[in-house]
Structures are given as structure tokens and as C-alpha cells.
Design a protein around this ligand. Sequence first.
Ligand code: AMP
Length: 282
Amino acid sequence: MHIIHHKKELTGLLKERKKPGDIVGFVPTMGALHQGHLSLIHQAKREADLVVVSIFVNPTQFDNSSDLEKYPRGLPQDKAFLEEADDDIILFAPQTEEIYGSDPKTETFDFGPVATVMEGASRKGHFDGVGTVLKHLFEIIAPDKAFFGEKDYQQLLIVKRLVELLNLPIEVVGCPIDRQKNGLARSSRNKRLTAEQQEEAAFIYQSLQKARSSFHKSTPQEIRAAIEQDFKDNPHFKLDYFEIANADNLQKVVAFDSNKKYRAFIAAGIGEVRLIDNIALN
Ligand code: AMP
């Protein structure tokens, strides 16, 4: 496995390794790698000739400095995890200065209505930070395909919009959510949960499944009210939002239309940890 910290070294290596017609696949991550990241890397390996995985905890996408500080980090463990999984990967792990210089600045983007709801409403500036770092990384790596998890479904739509806005020749590929046995979506943040909290956190996926099974029987308002009540009754969780939205534009749904695709979304806190998850309803 190639481990690279500097962008010049990375562009040099890609130039050397990329043959005419080769597809460069890119999997951006913030590290603390787990099986969910690996499912993206496997998909990238199937669809690309060269795969670059980045590990970079991007300061500009955190609206809360304590969340940034507490974000789990461990490059040595991540390297070992990747090496064991697949050693034919190019790992790019830059320092903050390598991406931003001495002063990380956030660019603003016109992502439209997909950016103003849910995570966009709860975490001010978050998606501009995501857009800023990806703009830098896309420029350095120039991938043909970039792989993102449906775990962060709103982010996936934002990245599609970013690529459109910047007019980049990159195909953005959405990958399915990888879950623990109990249904909890894998996340780097799960490392901050106790074993007991990991079990309690299965409640998020159970709620999403309940929403899906109510889809044909209830109105969006009825489903929202039932799930919100379930969270009120659960002493372990503080619900940030439960939303049912159109899967294409993330706008809140008042009445279901059989021709459209819908998803349910949850953000909730357990202890000090904020978790997000979502599910396709049809
Ligand atoms: P992160 O390191 O949390 O920024 O995630 C990096 C990429 O991995 C993002 O595209 C995430 O959506 C994706 N990802 C994280 N967890 C999962 C999961 N459980 N299943 C699928 N994709 C995931």
C-alpha cells in the first residue's frame, strides 16, 4: 500500500501509475475506518483501476469545536486496517496545512434546497465545509469516479450538486448503508458509544423500519407523529429530527405520490454522541 502525505507526491504517483483508459476511483473518509468504509472501498475496487482513499478530518465541516476535537483519530490503526483489507490502495493522509495552507477558509456554494434542510439546518456551514474540502481533493486527485455512502444520503446529493456546479467530469457513485448485526449503521462515532449504548442505538434502525412498514398504511404526518412519540418515550435518546422527504430533492413530504421515491431520516443524540441514519421507504 502506498501511503502519501503530500499532494505533489500523490499527483506524481498517479501520473506514473495511470495508464491510458484507466479509471481512477476515489473514496474520501475522515478515518477511524470500519467495515462501512471498506464496503465503499470494495465497490471502488470493482469499478476502478486505481483506488485512492483519503483520510482527512476536515476542520471546516465541523460547526462545533468540541465535536472536531472529540472526532476519533488513529492513523496507525487505519493503516493496519487498510493493509489487512487490501494492500493495493493509495492512501492519501495529508495534514491540514497541505490542504488549506495556514488558514483553513470555507467557501460558500449554492447547493440549493437540498442543503437547507436536516443536516443543513442543524449544522450551520457543514455542507459548505464538505464542498470546500472536496473541491480541493477533487482538484488534487482528479478522479473519474468518487464513492459516497448512502449513510450520509444528504451529503451524497450535495456532492452530486457540487460536481454539477464545478462542472467536473466525475461520476458520483452512491453505495448502500453497511450495518452492524443489530441494525445500527456503522459509523466512526460508534467508537464513542459504550457496549450498552451500541445495543440501545439499534432503536434508530428499528424506528426507520417502523416508518417503512407504515408507508402504505399511514400519512407522512401520522408516521412522523408516531416516531416522534416513540423517541419521547425512550429515555436514552434525544431526537434532533425525524423527517420523511422526497429522495430526489429532500423536501418535506405532505402527501405521498405513488410516482415518487421517499426516504425517512433520523438524527438523534445518545449520551454525548449524535448519530444519523436513513432508509428508503419505497
Ligand atoms: P466518514 O469517514 O464518516 O466521513 O465517511 C466516509 C464515507 O464513508 C462517506 O461517504 C460515508 O457516507 C461513508 N460511510 C460511512 N459509514 C458508512 C456505512 N455504515 N455504510 C456505508 N457508507 C458509509
